[in-house]
Design a protein. Structure first.
Length: 294
């Protein structure tokens, strides 16, 4: 049985894993409160894989998690999938009256920092007066509200967290944008046998460091892909943390290492002095719910 580390319980990560992999005797899901512990569980051999939220439709990259993949661990990406995010306002008591009146009695909202940023408009409209407390996961936020048993404290979290901790849903889908999806990656040292569903494509993620900062350097790098008509779905600079003003380029390539063109492109950019690190070559899946008991 493969052990898979994830933020949980009661998190969007947990919901996404159950939706993607379903319930199976082949997997054991192991919950951790902090993302650091999720990564290190697989590094230390406590689990075989970790599931990491890496990008959101509206917030972009989860930079802390990217930096963990770049600087702290060497765990190849084995798969990615996207999952819709619906954020809910959860309280200890049943909601009565209008949403304005219910929110008027709150003094504190607990949630993950990323979730709070995705609900700015809702917070500004209904809860401008409240204290905002950030915690390590949305599931932890729901647990804290449940244990506090204070009617003036609520959580922003998935509905599943409310069910888990006996909270009541005061409002659903309070995120600023309804087309809200998060991309998750499965990282680990070996490929994992995945659900039998068609992948959207095979993607390769690379980390590239230019030999020097010189005019046309990035253009020269990108040209190796452009003339071969290899699509780059993402390119993002991240600091090397070695010297101010020096960067890695984090690049998602819509091609497999098993193809002819991509290895040739990588050889070309290495020939001009670039350092290339492969972060993973893996299938990517669009959202498709799995109907199974979890």
């Amino acid at each position: 049985m493969k052990r898979i580390a994830l933020l949980g319980p009661g998190t969007f990560t947990e919901e996404s894993v159950h939706s993607f992999l379903g319930s199976s005797d082949a997997y054991e899901y192991v919950n951790y409160k902090l993302i650091d512990d999720v990564f290190m569980a697989t590094v230390n051999g406590e689990t075989d894989y970790s599931v990491i939220p890496i990008e959101n439709t509206f917030d972009g990259s989860v930079r802390l998690h990217l930096d963990w993949l770049i600087h702290e661990v060497d765990l190849p990406m084995q798969a990615e999938w996207d999952f819709p995010i619906s954020i809910n306002l959860l309280g200890i008591e049943p909601g009565t009256g209008s949403l304005d009146s219910r929110c008027g009695g709150l003094t504190k909202i607990i949630s993950h920092g990323v979730t709070l940023t995705q609900c700015r408009q809702f917070l500004r409209q209904y809860l401008p007066h409240v204290e905002l407390e950030q915690v390590g996961s949305n599931g932890e936020a729901a647990r804290m509200v449940s244990e506090l048993k204070r009617p003036d404290v609520a959580a922003l979290a998935p509905n599943g967290a409310g069910t888990l901790y006996g909270l009541h849903t005061w409002a659903q889908g309070v995120q600023d944008h309804q087309n809200n999806h998060t991309r998750f990656v499965l990282v680990g040292n070996e490929p994992l046998r995945l659900p039998e569903r068609p992948a959207s494509l095979t993607k390769t993620t690379i980390l590239v460091t230019l030999p020097d900062d010189y005019p046309g350097g990035l253009h020269q790098l990108l040209s190796a892909f452009a003339w071969r008509r290899i699509n780059l779905s993402k390119i993002e600079s991240r600091p090397t943390k070695k010297k101010l003003g020096t960067y890695y380029f984090y690049i998602d390539v819509e091609a497999s290492l098993d193809s002819v063109l991509l290895p040739a492109a990588l050889q070309e950019i290495e020939a001009i002095g670039c350092q290339v690190r492969i972060l993973g070559c893996y299938p990517t899946y669009s959202y498709e719910p799995v109907h199974s008991e979890v």
